[in-house]
Design a protein around this ligand. Sequence first.
Ligand code: AMP
Length: 488
Amino acid sequence: MCGVFGIYGHSEAANLTYLGLHALQHRGQESAGIVTNDGERMTLHRGMGHVIDVFPSDTLAKLNGEHAIGHVRYSTAGGSFLKNAQPLAVDYARGSIAIAHNGNLTNAAAIREKLEDRGAIFQSVSDTEVIVHLVAFSRQREVEDRVADALSQVEGAYSLLCLTDHSMIAVRDPYGIRPLAIGRLGDVPVVASEPTSFDLIDAEFVREVEPGEMVIFDEDGMRSMRPFKTAPRKACIFEYVYFARPDSNLDGVSVYEARKNLGRALSKEHGIDADVVIPVPDSGVPATIGYSEESKTPFEMGLVRSHYVGRTFIEPQQSIRHFGVRLKLNPVSDTLKGKRVVVVDDSIVRGTTSRKIVKMLRDAGAKEVHFRISSPPTQWPCYYGIDTPTRKELIASSHSVEEINQYITSDTLEYLSLEGMLEAVTSTRRSRQNDSNDKNGSNGAKKSLTVVNPDADGSPFCHACWSGEYPIEFRPHPRTRQMRLLDT
Ligand code: AMP
């Protein structure tokens, strides 16, 4: 779970990257970093915490140069330490390179072992460092060929940005698992995990980086290479369900509209007579609007979310009922008292939040509580960059829907089916295409829409966390040879 942002050729490169990262903060809140290039040298600053805390104005002022890339991070591979924060930046025999990576490599451990056998010394336990070493080891002359050479050896999910001595390179893996978009601020190119971050800096969306594409920005402009083997299109559908911002548009699909369609589908599959439907805010809101529209059940904000829950807070000395969840969510009793309530959330992971929410709603006077989830039961961990717990901790991997219903103490619990979810997101794309055809007169498939290469199951989406069907094999490796001397 990470976000990347880059800009090539702007006098305020560091400031604009700071703003771009701020708009991507939801993609990673553990650490943030920016590296700039002033034409002579690279300057890097990374820290633990939110963008706003990691970059006070005096720190930003020291990040000189017209070219910058940045990163916000949750740890998916490699633990939460400063030395794993990104961008990673190194000087090597042929120059300097910095890398910011969103995704997760599935064969990183095996490659690392081979590199260590050749004498490579790793500074971090992040899978991204493998790419840095492969670039350094490559015998290709041009830096973009070295990057392509390195990436042709790795497997898994990567949407990444490289800052080199004379260019910025944006690359997306052949499956297109994580998003990556190109924008333009006047004539200046910008690249970001989600195009919504362009809005804040007044840049306009140009197009997605296509799956398997490498885009090079340098003083000659922008050019594209396709150095990798093609693969079936497999965008992560969880980005639409939960992870991306609702005001983003990914691969031509509005995340907000997709979530509303998920809610509509949920109502068609599992609608129930009720007095109100309420979301678990914030992520459950668009699906609840869709559910409400479809079922004609009145929408209410039965739970209010505090946006001021920091990473640390002072806990009361005496125990307070539901303290942890109340800090974040509080019920609006008057909208719940005596009512039959449908509550909509995007997913259940361990089930602990849902259980507390049901209790809270009943304590606030709800007569019935019916939980509805706008995706199928989460049964499998993600190996491609979403931070999910182990299989054992995912409640749906070992419990039936009815058992989960009993555990969270709801009156009824239902999940959207896999087919319903896929159809809801796919139909959002179709209705966008029809709209644009109408606007363009005829067949106007817009440039911004990505060509879909459906694989055998006909789906352009990765849905492994629900189906267990992984498009890329994950190869864990038990052996770690180097000592961990520098854990901080
Ligand atoms: P739980 O109480 O563990 O079942 O957590 C459920 C809540 O976690 C839901 O409200 C989801 O929106 C949210 N959620 C789902 N996936 C993730 C994730 N990978 N990281 C953090 N939160 C998540």
